[in-house]
Design a protein around this ligand. Sequence first.
Ligand SMILES: CCCCCCCCCCCCC/C=C/[C@@H](O)[C@H](CO)NC(=O)CCCCCCCCCCCCCCC
Ligand SMILES: Nc1ncnc2c1ncn2[C@@H]1O[C@H](COP(=O)(O)OP(=O)(O)OP(=O)(O)O)[C@@H](O)[C@H]1O
Ligand SMILES: [Ca+2]
Length: 572
Amino acid sequence: MLISEFFIMVDQPTLLSTQLFYKNRVVEVTLNRVMLGFWKEIETRRKRSASFNCISKDADHHFLLVSEIVGARETKEEEDQTNKDGGRKHRVLLYPYAFTVSYTERTKHHCWRCKDIIFHCLDEAQRQQWVQTINNQLSLLSIRPKRLLVYINPYSGKQRGKWIYEQRVAPLFSRASISTDVIVTESANHARDHLKTEVDLKQCDGVVCVGGDGMFSEVVHGLVSRTQSDSRVDQNQPNQDLVPCALRIGIIPAGSTDCICYSTTGTNDPVTSALHIIMGDSQPMDVCSVHHNNTFLRYSVSLLGYGFYGDVLTDSERKRWMGPSRYDFSGLKTFLTHQYYEGTVAFLPAEDNLGNPRDKIKCMTGCHICELGANNGQLLSGDHVDKMAEENSDKETSGDGVWRVIRGKFLAINAASMSCACPRSPRGLSPYAHLADGTTDLILVRKASRLDFLRHLMRHTNKDDQFDMSFVEVHRVRRFRFVPKQSNGISEVDLSETSGKKICNQVCTAHPNNDTGHSNWNCDGEILPHADIQVSVHCQLIRLFARGVERRTTFDTYTWSVIEGSSLSWQA
Ligand SMILES: CCCCCCCCCCCCC/C=C/[C@@H](O)[C@H](CO)NC(=O)CCCCCCCCCCCCCCC
Ligand SMILES: Nc1ncnc2c1ncn2[C@@H]1O[C@H](COP(=O)(O)OP(=O)(O)OP(=O)(O)O)[C@@H](O)[C@H]1O
Ligand SMILES: [Ca+2]
């Protein structure tokens, strides 16, 4: 925030300004459109350090941004009793009319917390005026959701989804005056089918899923499919431009991996996610459509993995009873099996201005690569990409320009549409992948020794570059195809004749999978029924209640110092 922006905030017309009691002092509290506060100590002048978010370090001046207030309410007596404060008795006797303002505070590791400040009024009328004026102001923030549809998977992760929602999230929604329709799912695909066919989407401002990546995937499938069918768009056409979903999706993490939540907020903390939903944050996100022979299979937003991650998932599905540790068990088993797979990958590289998977440009809040991607995405979506491939196919024979073809033996083929950061791998499978640039990072891990593969895997857990190995290559792509060896006709094709659309067609008309010598595709934690697939990235098809990973994380970095009441400095 610039100093000039700060003065603009202060200069807003005052909505309400009175003297109130705060702790053991009389203070003057002011509310305008953008901030609550600037309350000034009148009786005592005792220096103390700041303890909340956007608050000055000097005891004289404090403020909260209205956009970071959760809500205001009349304080219940017990709430006031628990507020440890030396002057409490005196204050409660003199001024029993208290109200609480809840606001978000940033703590460590991208976690947000909901904090309270309690003010005391002279009478009931003054208290009501404050509570109403603050809440009216919040209701004018049109980006904030007022009605939410919530799906809880009671079996996600350690089966604590219901508890997490009821104990940690619902009380916050109620403080923010958000009304909810809560559905505890009764079977797999309950949420998806409900969204697809039954819900009146106009009756809510967003959909929340409580669970893991699988539950999020259900909601995405429900919403995207519903949006396409409402707009009469055929999902079976791989090159079809899809219609973006109007409703935002919130994720309350309660699953085994929680990779989408972690990659879009920087943490897998339910309270942080609830606060992002309340603030009405909006983070666009790419969605990959996956087709087999011109038939729609599934959407993917995080990882499409063949070979290692496909095999880990296939094995782990039989061990669901083990909970989240099933992935470690199956991971070790798959690692020891050390299976490689033969096949051909054809891909359409992204434009150079979208960077590359090793450029060290991280996708953060307000990412400019994603902004660029959205513009390119509009120019190059669907049929436009095909046209471009066709136009170039005569000029390109080596595959450098448009479609490229790589044949080989692979331990893993991974497409990461986002970093896929998660607690197991805090930087993720592709640390510099972008959430909303219209591309996916295609990682090809060729056949290598067990030791080399272990070194590659271990680099997912530390700061070393997992792509800096001779048997690993990574490409930023808009579309790709994969054909496993036994079922393809492409291996016979002379590469000099296979560029652009020809490659597409040859890959797409490959023989059906005969289920021998193939791995399975892990599509965001679901197993795909076919190995030969066509994948297209749809730029910014959905939006989440999130804002990407923020640069500054501790409240110190958000603290303004008011020096002698006039000059301001930014604490970095
Ligand atoms: C030596 C330690 C190496 C650790 C390597 C850790 C890499 C972890 C990368 C995680 C990437 C997750 C991507 C997200 C995918 C989600 O859409 C999906 C649905 O939730 N999750 C999974 O498929 C769940 C996939 C979970 C995969 C876990 C793999 C665990 C591998 C363990 C290998 C052990 C080798 C030990 C040898 C001594
Ligand atoms: N009531 C239910 N009974 C059984 N399965 C369900 C139910 N509700 C949802 N599911 C399915 O459970 C699967 C797993 O759910 P979810 O992703 O929430 O948890 P997880 O697998 O533990 O976490 P992660 O996906 O992060 O690994 C999803 O594929 C979802 O379709
Ligand atoms: Ca992307």
